[in-house]
Design a binder for this molecule. Structure first.
Ligand SMILES: [Zn+2]
Length: 82
């Protein structure tokens, strides 16, 4: 270990730093998916009113969550139900 980093290594470390910051520090964890209640990073959740869901999925949600306003649902694209 010389302690001297090449330019590539320095660039890599810088990018890794930015990526880490973007992924973890600017992206709080602990947001519940409206569908499965699992906790996710904030940027993993999608606003259901902003993504297209088909009628079958919409009707399933309406049936399953009869007392909830599914228009306000936030769900994880990786949620098991999808
Ligand atoms: Zn989910």
């Amino acid at each position: 270990m010389s302690g001297v980093e090449s330019r590539d290594e320095q660039l890599f470390l810088k990018l890794a730093d930015i990526e880490f910051k973007k992924k973890f520090l600017d992206n709080p964890f602990g947001y519940a998916c409206s569908i499965c209640d699992w906790l996710w990073f904030k940027n993993e959740l999608k606003d259901i009113s902003k993504v297209g869901i088909n009628n079958i999925f919409r009707n399933t949600l309406i049936d399953t969550f009869q007392n909830k306003d599914i228009q306000n649902f936030m769900f994880a694209a990786r949620a098991k139900l999808l």
